[in-house]
Design a binder for this molecule. Sequence first.
Ligand code: FAD
Length: 465
Amino acid sequence: MTTRTTIRIPGFRGDVIAPDHHDYDDARAVWNGTVDRRPRLIARCSGTADVAAAVRYARDRDLEIAVRGGGHNVAGAAVCDGGIVIDLSAMRAVSVDPVERTALVQGGALWGDVDHETQAHGLATTGGIVSHTGVGGLTLGGGIGWLMRKHGLAVDNLVEAEVVTAEGEIIWASASDHPDLFWALRGGGGNFGIVSSFRFALHSVGPIVIAGPVFWPAEDTTEVLRFYREFVTDAPDELGNIVKLTTIPPLPVIDEHLHFQPTIAVASCYAGPVEDGERAVRALRQFGKPLLDLVGPTLYVDHQSGLDATVPHGWHYYWKATNLTGLSDEVIDIVAAHAHRATSPRSYAAMFHMGGAIPRAPRDATAYAGRDVDHNIIVHAAWLPEQDDTVRAAETAWARAFLDALQLHRAGVYVNFLDSDDDASRVREAYGDDTYRRLADVKAKFDPENVLHNNKNIQPRTPAQ
Ligand code: FAD
């Protein structure tokens, strides 16, 4: 098929992709294959000026706007039906200043881009645990990852941001410039403007770290979680841990006879010297009778992409998530009872260990609201596009029942883990009333008409509210 698009956006140098363009179907696809939206236009920006031009074009024509960073939002917030997608996916440059220890990262970069450039200097910042996730959406919601207990959340490392406002103006936000906007950007999602560049603080990490997963049989879930609860209580800040309740993935590094066996895995990453890391994970590796132990010295940059193949683009996904009040025996029993009831071997539940540097930051320094949470859980239903509606129904029912069972143990939710059927009440749950109200004030100042609403939306506060 030839390209026929003739639409011109004044002042725009990137690609304009309309439904008759040969790239249209690829350009409107996002990570979650259940999302099937047909925008009128995709404006693939080549830089900040293009972002501003696209915003002005959309405003002049009253077009609905969706903003695409890495396209990983499970609810498909990066695309809309009928409107314009302001697509940042061609804006992935990362430039490192090794003296200042900062990285300037364009708004459509993926975490793999950041790790690649920063690790060339032995540096890193807290980013996502899958390298094909976008920096944009992940950072604006808070940003949790292996390094967060030592170096804080992604938002704690954000130094400044270049923002295209809902009016199409270009401004910088930092602690000294537009501090209210800077506060809101750090946790409030894509509600306040389109970030064309992020500047992050960097830290010495690796390049070799102690990292990897230990797998035990699913029958041992209760014992492993009880041990894990004590293990992480004394864990140093350098140690990041994630529990995964799933089946063993069919990866080339794993013996075939173990593929798809139900398991509980604890994956770790130690952001410090290798010898200290070996000491920090010893008790974990010695617990019980592991099926498989893949912990060892590894390149940090490889560890950051180790999970990529387990969550590829295009599979069908559905999430339910909550922060937990703690890991009581009751919570452990609920998790053990539900985790392995998924019928799809690709589904899993994951629990992130938080704490460390996160609660040490002042509560009101950023809009991220979950600083006192020690553990959260995401129930991640996944199945193949060719599987029929019976599988979809079974997996979504599993995820919902899992969350319902945890009802008495919920303590808010991480906004970036909310799916499309998580309504406005869950957005409020993510922030709590005080933070939500403050965000609504900033929204009223920077986007009073709620032009940027394809996100977990903060409604602008009106004077009467
Ligand atoms: P997109 O779908 O492109 O965007 C998500 C939202 O952010 C949209 O509303 C979009 O408009 C807005 N947005 C994106 N970029 C910009 C920008 N530059 N300026 C303004 N608005 C923007 N989260 C974690 O914290 N840690 C993890 O380790 C982690 N791992 C994940 C792994 C996978 C496989 C997936 C699918 C998600 C993961 N997440 C994680 C959740 C992740 O934070 C969210 O899915 C997030 O929305 C992804 O951002 P994105 O830019 O890729 O998504």
